[in-house]
Design a protein around this ligand. Structure first.
Ligand SMILES: NC(=O)c1ccc[n+]([C@@H]2O[C@H](COP(=O)([O-])OP(=O)(O)OC[C@H]3O[C@@H](n4cnc5c(N)ncnc54)[C@H](O)[C@@H]3O)[C@@H](O)[C@H]2O)c1
Length: 355
């Protein structure tokens, strides 16, 4: 268990802890809501019903459709409507049972409802276990701009049950590897070793969870509002988010992790060029990328639009494009200003790799 200003419980023993927590809430007369999407309703909720005797509690299920295009104000409005109709008050609790989208959106809905009700994450994808559920960022996309509206709002607790990953499609598991390897570049070089001997099996995925959470906590605890060092978590994301936003605006099927994986390739290239990163690090990542990800052909020919989305990104200020680059694994530098031409060169590099 990690102890912070909130607690993170991992593994089968956490079922008992969750059960006790639910008992205490119900005894206290607090209304309990579970936010799910159609997949976590079908695949994850039955496991909780079974393991925590959830069926024995009077909990209200709010179901929303899955997918980034539903990470929207319309969906959140629907959540607020259902909370209101059910009579949720300031003592009510919203559990978010799902991937990064459910955690981000449920956290956001909870942070505004009645000026903030308690929320608890139960992440169900590898990406949300290693990253999205931790750190207190919530949000929704707006006008196809990623996470454009959001809040910093810490969950009261996080429960992680790796066995929930068993039903997760291979594509989702692979996409999460981008966020995992990111920790290797910014805080935990040992992770790069681990990933070089990566094997695609559930036991391996499980062993990635705790070191990633440790890294994320180490960074976010000292800088919860991203005034400084927390920005290093955006490595790969400035270009990744721009690619993701572009795909979202064009209804191209692309996962967050797949966009970040491409962003990492570009931002490692920029690190070689501007921060003297050893080129072997880029070359090793290139091999990793080609093994687990496909190149994104739509980037070619749309570089200007991708750049435009980057310029709009909240991480950039005063007309400058601000980047996180690394001089070596574990040595990130944030707020590195780059010109549009310099960034464009990295997209040209990425496109040159597409056969
Ligand atoms: N707040 C943060 O710090 C942070 C960090 C990283 C990413 N994010 C956000 O997270 C989102 C991506 O999260 P994601 O990759 O988890 O995607 P997701 O939430 O869309 O989940 C992926 C898919 O898997 C399904 N699913 C979830 N759990 C499952 C399970 N156990 N078995 C089978 N299917 C399951 C979902 O229904 C969905 O279709 C993005 O919107 C990104 O912006 C937030």
């Amino acid at each position: 268990m990690f102890k912070n200003d909130h607690s993170i419980f991992i593994g089968k023993e956490a079922y008992e802890k969750l059960h006790q927590l639910l008992v205490s809430y119900i005894d206290d007369g607090r209304q309990v809501f579970f936010l799910v999407d159609e997949n976590t309703y079908k695949l994850c909720l039955p496991i909780l019903i079974n393991q925590c005797n959830l069926g024995g509690f009077n909990v209200i299920i709010i179901e929303v459709p899955s997918g980034e295009k539903y990470k929207s104000l319309e969906t959140v409005t629907g959540i607020w409507e259902q909370l209101t109709i059910a009579g949720a008050d300031r003592k009510s609790i919203l559990f978010n049972l799902g991937g990064g989208i459910i955690c981000d959106m449920g956290g956001f809905a909870a942070s505004c409802y009645n000026r903030g009700i308690d929320t608890i994450h139960i992440p169900t994808t590898l990406l949300s276990m290693v990253d999205a559920s931790v750190g207190g960022k919530t949000g929704i996309d707006f006008k196809a701009y990623k996470n454009h509206i959001g809040t910093f709002y810490q969950p009261k607790a996080i429960f992680i049950f790796p066995e929930l990953l068993e039903g997760l499609p291979e594509r989702q598991l692979k996409a999460a590897l981008a966020e995992v390897i990111k920790y290797g570049f910014i805080t935990d070089p040992e992770m790069l070793e681990t990933m070089s001997s990566f094997i695609s099996n559930p036991a391996f995925f499980e062993q990635l969870i705790e070191p990633c959470i440790k890294s994320k906590l180490e960074v976010t605890t000292d800088d919860p509002l991203e005034g400084g060092r927390r920005k290093i978590l955006n490595f790969g994301h400035t270009i990744g988010h721009a690619i993701e936003s572009f795909a979202l605006s064009k209804k191209i099927d692309l996962l967050h992790g797949e966009a970040v994986a491409a962003g990492l390739l570009c931002e490692l290239w920029l690190s070689v060029k501007f921060k003297d990163l050893d080129i072997s690090i880029l070359n090793n990542y290139f091999e990793f990328y080609t093994k687990y990800f496909d190149f994104l052909p739509f980037v070619k020919g749309n570089e200007d639009e991708v750049l435009h989305r980057m310029a709009f990104d909240k991480k950039n200020s005063a007309g400058q494009l601000l980047f996180v680059l690394i001089s070596e694994p574990g040595k990130p530098i944030w707020d590195v200003p780059l010109t549009e031409e310099q960034v464009m060169e990295s997209l040209t590099y990425y496109n040159s790799l597409i056969l």
